[in-house]
Design a protein around this ligand. Structure first.
Ligand code: PTJ
Length: 269
């Protein structure tokens, strides 16, 4: 991997690029994963590369949902494996639940490599190599699922997912938690709880919340879930982007005798 100095102002984002590139080189991330990362990076930039208040609220509700679930499952794709392999295993282990590899651009070789990586990072159980069921309404290989894992789950975490699969899982009656930096994506709009945050920050944060909230009585967790409003959280995320942009950009309108000229200065570049 390229040696990136920690003092670089874009350190975190450059490290994330290295991880996804490395995932492609090692054969567990798809080439399309590079494009997905670029899109995510753009939204992270607009959000100010921080965990916003709305993401905090969504993460708390997601932790409560996972703790209340009877059979929760975590879905892992090539980007998740590249960006947060240890962290997603830590989340699964904190909840004592299985991980399942589910790929959009499925190849048996990639599924195997991701499963091996997760086991190497300490996962207790990784499903997905031998799917025995299909999510109704999806024609693609991403429909493949495993009984005892995602297929039977009542709550599923789907980081960096496509909208169709999110919708199909919801149509099966499951509660779906998305992690997606784009608050306008179909996935974010179709999920039960949408965490609009970078997976690099979101997964460790979610694990912390699971540990903290596990001390609460079920009634408190149920109240948190009931009071949660995903539409409001997504509206707030868009507002947080607008507020961040307003803070970052100062617009100076210089009126000249002949016509008007406006200058936009980019504060942090
Ligand atoms: O490994 P596979 O074959 O299952 O493929 C995985 C990808 C991610 C390539 C596939 O699911 C895909 O094409 O996803 P999309 O439709 O590009 O959607 C990815 C979503 O995740 C987009 O809305 C991005 O904004 C968002 N995203 C990208 N990087 C991050 C992210 N969200 C959170 N954290 C990120 N680092």
């Amino acid at each position: 991997m390229t040696d990136i100095p920690e003092s670089h102002p874009r350190y975190a984002s450059l490290v994330a690029r290295e991880r996804v590139t490395e995932g492609v080189k090692r054969g567990f991330t798809s080439c399309q994963g590079l494009i997905a990362q670029g899109r995510g990076e753009c939204f992270d930039y607009l959000l100010g590369e921080r965990t916003t208040y709305s993401a905090e609220a969504a993460t708390k509700a997601a932790a409560a949902l996972l703790l209340l679930a009877e059979r929760p499952a975590l879905s892992v794709n090539g980007n998740v494996a590249a960006l947060v392999p240890e962290e997603i295993v830590a989340l699964a282990n904190a909840l004592a639940i299985p991980l399942e590899v589910n790929l959009f651009h499925r190849s048996e070789e990639r599924v195997k490599k991701i499963a091996e990586l997760l086991l190497e990072k300490g996962a207790k159980e990784v499903m997905g190599e031998h799917p025995d069921a299909s999510v109704p309404g999806l024609e693609h290989a991403r429909a493949l699922a495993t009984r005892g894992g995602i297929y039977d789950a009542d709550v599923v975490l789907i980081p960096l997912e496509d909208g169709d699969r999110c919708e199909a899982l919801t149509a099966m009656g499951k509660k779906v938690i998305a992690i997606d930096l784009n608050p306008l994506s179909r996935t974010a709009r179709k999920a039960t709880v949408s965490i609009v945050d970078n997976i690099l920050r979101a997964v460790p944060h979610l694990t912390d919340q699971v540990r903290q909230l596990s001390a609460l009585p079920r009634t408190d967790l149920e109240r948190m879930v009931q009071e949660y409003d995903n539409e409001k959280v997504l509206r707030d995320a868009v507002q947080e982007i607008q507020d961040h942009l307003n803070r970052q950009f100062s617009c100076t309108c210089t009126h000249r005798r002949r016509g008007a000229e406006s200058t936009i200065s980019l504060a942090d570049k």
